[in-house]
Write a protein that binds this ligand. Structure first.
Ligand SMILES: Cc1ncc(COP(=O)(O)O)c(C=O)c1O
Length: 388
């Protein structure tokens, strides 16, 4: 199988990730912080080391402000529900994933918050000036994706962050598509809350992710429970990361994630991101009849701009096929794993004019080869010949 659904989760993982998770499970499987014995201490030391590596990679203020979660969705819910209060106004965008849309929509429906959903430009970017124009006295949070999982455009989070900071609000960035492939600087870009997955560009196992909490944000605990230390306290301890980490963490997953983050730090985010953009450019160059596809602006961005400002994914449609038909054809006939449909981002597809059927998405990853994308292009060439 040629796996081109890395925007959903990276697969396969590097051998070092499998080895680290399996070795840790076999040799050091204690419950971190829950006891003073060697295995518990080893687990806690490994988790703290992973926090340190992530803090370095993401520009977090301090390692203890990196909180482990199950995935990006968990982190986004923790951030949104942890900082918003009745009467708050929130600014978000049409490019968001449902893990931002749905928690915000529910708070809006329940009358807790008011919500402004900004449009994206024809360039699939959110204009920082539109954030400024939508600002109200009650605005507390701006929640934006770092890169859209549908069009792959990297958003100007630094400019938005500075503007939000001047006005005294909080910026929440969804880095599900960028951690590991686009440089991230929480402190430098005035980001207050950054949600990331461990299982995409950071190459870790599913069930890993996290929230970086900047110095100005103090999300309330929302999953109260055991933390190992402070057991006498009747309430969740206030101290981070424990305030947000009730319950036994995914120790084996985090052991695998540490191996993934080490690879990313050793090789460099810029190098990995550039390689992925080159693979998408190569795929596009191999197409014999590119005009038959609708690429939503991405073909130009890659062919003329080398994909700068994009992550390594490509959404498209081909006349004569619904996205689900094309996805099934790629899977069953060509053994290619692609995503088709709305990508959990319905407002983004409304923006593109592709709602309700969506599009087909191919996304490369750390272990994708030039041969993989050539074979994918061959498949698309064959299918487009059928369509023609
Ligand atoms: C932009 C974006 N945000 C959030 C998520 C949710 O990530 P997770 O599945 O780790 O919760 C995804 C996953 O596809 C995504 O692409």
């Amino acid at each position: 199988m040629i796996y081109l659904d890395n925007a959903a989760t990276s697969y396969p993982k590097p051998e070092a990730v499998y080895d680290a998770a399996a070795t840790f499970a076999r040799t050091s499987g204690g419950n971190p912080g829950r006891a003073g014995h060697r295995l518990a201490v080893e687990a806690e030391t490994m988790i703290d080391d992973t926090r340190r590596l992530l803090a370095r990679l993401l520009g977090a203020p301090r390692p203890e402000r990196v909180v482990f979660t199950l995935n990006a969705t968990d982190a986004l819910n923790m951030a949104i529900k942890g900082v918003l209060r009745p009467g708050d106004h929130v600014i978000t965008s049409v490019l968001e994933h449902n893990s931002v849309n749905r928690p915000l929509n529910r708070l809006e429906r329940d009358g807790t918050i008011t919500l402004t959903r900004l449009p994206a430009g024809a360039d699939h970017l959110i204009d920082p000036q539109a954030v400024a124009a939508a600002w109200r006295p009650a605005t507390r949070l701006v929640a934006v994706t770092h890169a859209s999982n549908v069009v792959g455009t990297v958003q100007p989070v630094g400019a938005i962050g500075r503007l939000v900071r001047e006005r005294g609000g909080l910026l929440l960035v969804d880095a599900a598509q960028t951690a590991g492939v686009v440089p991230i600087d929480v402190e430098g870009d005035a980001i207050d809350l950054l949600a990331f997955t461990g299982h995409k560009g950071l190459l870790g196992p599913t069930g890993t992710g996290g929230l970086v909490v900047g110095d100005r944000a103090e999300p309330a605990s929302w999953r109260d429970g055991g933390t190992g230390g402070d057991s006498a306290s009747p309430l969740q301890p206030d101290e981070l990361p424990y305030r947000l980490e009730g319950g036994t963490p995914n120790v084996f997953g985090i052991a695998g994630l540490r191996a993934g983050v080490r690879i990313v730090l050793d090789e460099g985010v810029e190098v990995i991101g550039r390689r992925e953009r080159e693979l998408v450019t190569l795929l596009l160059r191999q197409l014999t009849t590119p005009d038959r596809f609708a690429f939503y602006g991405a073909d130009d961005a890659f062919l003329r701009g080398g994909g700068v400002g994009r992550v390594g994914l490509l959404s498209f449609n081909l006349a004569g096929f619904s996205p689900s038909e094309l996805g099934l054809l790629l899977d069953h006939t060509f053994d290619i794993a692609a995503r088709s449909g709305l990508d959990c981002a319905p407002y983004a597809h409304r923006h593109l004019g592709t709602f309700p059927d969506g599009a087909v998405r191919l996304s490369v990853g750390y272990l994708t080869t030039a041969n993989d994308v050539r074979r994918a292009a061959d498949a698309l060439n064959e299918v487009s010949a059928l369509a023609g």
